[in-house]
Design a protein around this ligand. Structure first.
Ligand code: DOR
Ligand code: ZN
Length: 344
C-alpha cells in the first residue's frame, strides 16, 4: 500500500478566485496547492477585455501570500458582442490563455453570456485560427429541459455540431457530470478534453437531499445520478490524457448558500488534492494521479510541465466546519469530514 505519494507540482485548470475581500480570503488556498490555475472570468462585471484581464491578474497577484510562486492564467468571458481583435491581441500578448463560453443564464454571473452560439461563430473561427482554447460551460438553458438533462442535451444540440463546424478548435468541456459527456470526450478527436471536479467524483444528486435540503452540495452543473458519478470517476482515474484536474472551486459566503434562492458553487480549494487523492486511492489508481493532476492539462494547453514536486501522505486531514473571512464564513466541501490524505 502506498503511504507517501510524491508527484510533479499540479495545476488547477478551473477556478473561481472572485474579487475584493473574497479574493483576498481564498487566493492563498489555491496557491498553496497548485502552481498555476485557469481563472474564470465570471466577475460582476465580467472580464471581457484584455485591459480588464490584466487589471484582474494584478489584483490576484496582490492578494497572494508573500512567499507564493503561483501563476494565474487568465480567461476572457465571451459575449454576443465580444471584440475579436482585442481577444486575439490579448491572446498574442499572453494575457488570455483561453476564452470561456457561458450560455446566457446557465450559472452564476452568466447573464452577459452568449445567447446563441451562432452569434459568435466569427469569434470562434478566429480562435480556431490562432489556436486559442475554448472552455465551455456545457448546459442548455432552455427552461423546458429538465435540469438533470441539460448537459446531455447541450452535447447533442450545441457541442457536437460545434466540433464538426470547427474541427481544429481546441475545446475543454468543463466540469463534466455525465456518462454522456465522458463518452463524447472519449469518442471525439484529440483536441477535445474535459476537466473533472473532486465533488463530481464524490457526490451524486442524493447529496443535495440527505435528510433535508443541503445547499452546500449544490453546484452547476448539478450532480447527477450514481451511474453518472461512477462514469466521471472512472474517466478521472483512467489515465486518459483527455481528462484532467479542474476543481471548479466556487466560494460563496454561507448566507448566500443558505438562502431561499441559494447560489450554486462548492468551495473545495482548501483540500482539493486530498479529496482527489482519496478518490484515486479508493479506485486503486494512485499511480494515475500525477497524470491527471500535473501532466494532461499542461500538455493539452501546450504549456510546460511544472518543476518541483508535492507530497501527499496517508494521514488524516480534518476538514473544518467553516472557514472564516471578514465578517462572514464559507463552508468548504466535505466540511466536518476526515479525509485520508494530507498534503505536506
Ligand atoms: O456551481 C457553480 N458555481 N458553477 C458555475 O458554473 C459557476 C460557479 C460560480 O461562479 O459560483
Ligand atoms: Zn466554474
Amino acid at each position: 500500500m502506498t503511504d507517501i505519494l510524491t508527484i510533479r507540482r499540479p495545476d488547477d485548470w478551473h477556478v473561481h478566485l472572485r474579487d475584493g475581500s473574497m479574493l483576498e480570503a481564498v487566493a492563498g488556498y489555491t496557491a498553496r496547492q497548485f502552481a498555476r490555475a485557469i481563472v474564470m472570468p465570471n466577475l460582476a462585471p465580467p472580464v471581457t477585455t484584455t485591459a480588464a484581464a490584466r487589471a484582474y491578474r494584478e489584483r490576484i497577484m496582490a492578494a497572494l501570500p508573500e512567499d507564493s510562486d503561483f501563476t494565474p492564467l487568465m480567461t476572457a468571458y465571451l459575449t454576443d458582442t465580444i471584440d475579436a481583435d482585442d481577444l486575439a491581441a490579448g491572446h498574442a500578448e499572453g494575457v488570455f490563455t483561453a476564452a470561456k463560453l457561458y450560455p446566457a443564464g446557465a450559472t452564476t454571473n452568466s447573464d452577459s453570456g452568449v445567447t446563441d452560439v451562432a452569434n459568435i461563430y466569427g469569434v470562434i473561427e478566429r480562435m480556431e485560427a490562432i489556436d486559442m482554447p475554448l472552455l465551455i460551460h456545457g448546459e442548455v438553458t432552455d427552461s423546458e429541459i429538465d435540469i438533470f438533462d441539460r448537459e446531455a442535451v447541450f452535447i447533442e444540440r450545441i457541442l457536437e455540431p460545434l466540433t464538426r463546424k470547427f474541427p481544429a478548435l481546441r475545446i475543454v468541456f468543463e466540469h463534466i457530470t455525465t456518462a454522456n459527456a465522458v463518452a463524447f470526450v472519449k469518442d471525439t478527436g484529440p483536441n477535445i478534453a474535459a476537466t473533472i471536479t473532486p465533488h463530481h467524483c464524490v457526490i451524486n444528486r442524493n447529496a443535495m437531499f440527505t435528510g433535508g435540503i443541503r445547499p452546500h452540495a449544490y453546484c452547476l452543473p448539478v450532480a447527477k445520478r450514481e451511474p453518472h458519478r461512477l462514469a466521471v470517476r472512472a474517466a478521472a482515474v483512467s489515465g486518459s490524457s483527455k481528462f484532467f484536474l479542474g476543481t471548479d472551486t466556487a466560494p460563496h459566503v454561507r448566507g448566500d448558500k443558505e438562502s431561499s434562492c441559494g447560489c450554486a458553487g462548492i468551495f473545495n480549494a482548501p483540500f482539493a488534492l486530498e479529496s482527489y487523492a482519496e478518490v484515486f486511492a479508493a479506485e486503486g489508481a494512485l499511480d494515475q494521479l500525477e497524470g491527471f493532476a500535473s501532466e494532461h492539462g499542461p500538455r493539452f494547453y501546450g504549456l510546460p510541465l511544472n518543476e518541483g514536486t508535492v507530497t501527499l501522505r496517508r494521514a488524516p486531514t480534518d476538514v473544518p466546519d467553516a472557514i472564516a473571512l471578514e465578517g462572514a464564513e464559507i463552508v468548504p466541501f466535505q466540511a466536518g469530514e476526515t479525509l485520508g490524505w494530507t498534503l505536506d
